[in-house]
Design a protein around this ligand. Structure first.
Ligand SMILES: [Fe+2]
Length: 437
């Protein structure tokens, strides 16, 4: 298997990457920052009297977050419609349904602004909808071949502001929308700077309603982004992009990645117990939301790696939550198999997670990262003890999952600090069955 990234491959004319690049939406963070939504929209070019759409789900309508947002919009002199049909881990058909709603209600040009309110699912549907309305056609036109047509997006569309209600996915800043393809039992991403939101407003008061279990799952996703970003290979080990447009979105770790990862790991691992066991602890919620944002900046610039690559086939086959899948796979993958790639770096991870590494050899200390991470999960008391508890799994299923990982996840595997074969992945899935007794 080749990863097409090594600068030591002898048969090629090679020069290492020297440049990194980051593009971000405008970000507003903090308690009651939702009150600045009207200002943000005006700043993004939305005129008074404009009509927009909130893309969300039914739960967020029920718990009152949608009316809180629409009140803000109305107070700012804006009109708003609501589409609350987002499904968990949304399908392409789900996004197409939202697009159809827009065209029915607002015509082919769509609304004058869009709000994505919710977790990663709602935000991904909002991102896909506003961009595809502007570009015409349907989702599959823009999904990579062979599943879709692979057409490039050329328009951004009307202003889009995202308001996350979970601290985890990082969709509020990412240039990717992830959608499941029901007929094929796979997920596909649309990856483009045109799909990225214009602004994100992160208000921890929108996250206090999140139940303990989802708080824990989304936190493990966020922590995964931070640790995977921190431990991926350096961007200088990639080949230099032949032109700026061909530089991959996931381009290896930089000094910026490391800075954000470190802070993210500290904030997430230091606050998740409080946020899970006392959901109303606004300080802990704020730290989690900030940690998840920093983890996303780290992970989504450097790239996620092996754990995320293995998680997608599991999610496709068993329809598990992304965060809980990351939770059960991280010990064996990121903090197990990958540790050999650079033990010194994992010693730092262990320390950031709270382990006392004094008196240990480097290799032993690096392994404490896994131990400390598993202890954290056990303390949360709402996460499965391993893949075997999460799903009904046998040898055949593991073989299928490993095959899918190496066949469909090269985009992520090329970021992994240690090469993997299918046999390696089988071993890692087996190692992930039981993280504790
Ligand atoms: Fe993730």
């Amino acid at each position: 298997m080749s990863y097409d990234r090594s600068v030591s491959a002898p048969e090629r004319e090679l020069s290492p990457e020297t440049v990194w690049h980051i593009q971000m939406p405008e970000i507003r963070f903090g308690r009651d920052s939702i009150e600045e939504l009207g200002y943000q929209l005006r700043d993004s070019g939305v005129d008074r009297g404009a009509e927009g759409l909130i893309v969300t789900d039914e739960t967020l309508v029920e718990i009152g977050h949608v009316s809180r947002v629409s009140d803000e919009l109305e107070a700012a002199g804006l009109a708003v419609d609501v589409w609350d049909g987002t499904e968990r881990e949304p399908s392409i058909a789900n996004v197409d349904a939202c697009i159809e709603f827009v065209r029915d209600r607002a015509g082919d040009d769509g609304y004058e602004f869009y709000i994505g309110l919710g977790g990663g699912s709602c935000m991904d549907v909002a991102k896909g909808t506003r961009t595809i309305v502007a570009n015409g056609g349907e989702v599959l036109d823009y999904v990579a071949e062979p599943t879709g047509e692979g057409k490039p997006l050329t328009e951004r569309g009307a202003p889009l502001v995202l308001l996350p209600t979970t601290a985890g996915t990082g969709s509020e800043i990412s240039p990717v929308g992830i959608y499941s393809v029901e007929e094929k039992n796979i997920k596909e991403g649309i990856s483009s700077n045109h799909i990225r939101a214009d602004a994100a407003i992160l208000d921890p008061t929108l996250t206090t309603t999140l139940p303990p279990e989802i708080t824990a799952k989304t936190a493990m996703d966020a922590l995964g982004h931070a640790i995977e970003g921190y431990t991926t290979h350096p961007h200088t080990s990639l080949l230099r992009a032949s032109n700026p447009a061909s530089r991959p979105v996931y381009a290896g770790r930089t000094a910026l990645t490391e800075m954000f990862s470190e802070k993210a790991i500290e904030l997430l691992s230091g606050n998740v117990r409080r946020a899970v066991h006392n959901g109303d602890d606004l300080e802990a919620r704020g730290n989690m939301l900030q940690g998840a944002l920093f983890g996303a900046i780290a992970g989504l610039t450097a790239g996620a790696s092996l754990c995320h690559a293995m998680a997608y086939p599991v999610g496709n086959r068993y329809h598990t939550y992304h965060g809980e899948t990351i939770a059960v796979l991280t010990p064996a993958s990121t903090l197990g198999y990958n540790v050999a790639s650079e033990p010194e770096r994992f010693v730092r991870v262990a320390e950031m997670l709270g382990a006392d590494t004094s008196g240990h050899s480097t290799r032993e200390a690096a392994d404490l990262a896994r131990e400390e991470y598993v202890r954290l999960q056990r303390d949360l008391n709402v996460l499965p003890s391993g893949l075997a508890e999460l799903v009904d799994i046998d040898e055949e299923a593991i073989d299928w999952l490993a095959q899918q990982t190496v066949d469909t996840q090269q985009r992520l595997l090329r970021c992994n600090p240690r090469p993997v074969t299918k046999a390696d992945v089988v071993g890692i899935f087996e190692d992930a069955l039981f993280n504790w007794e």
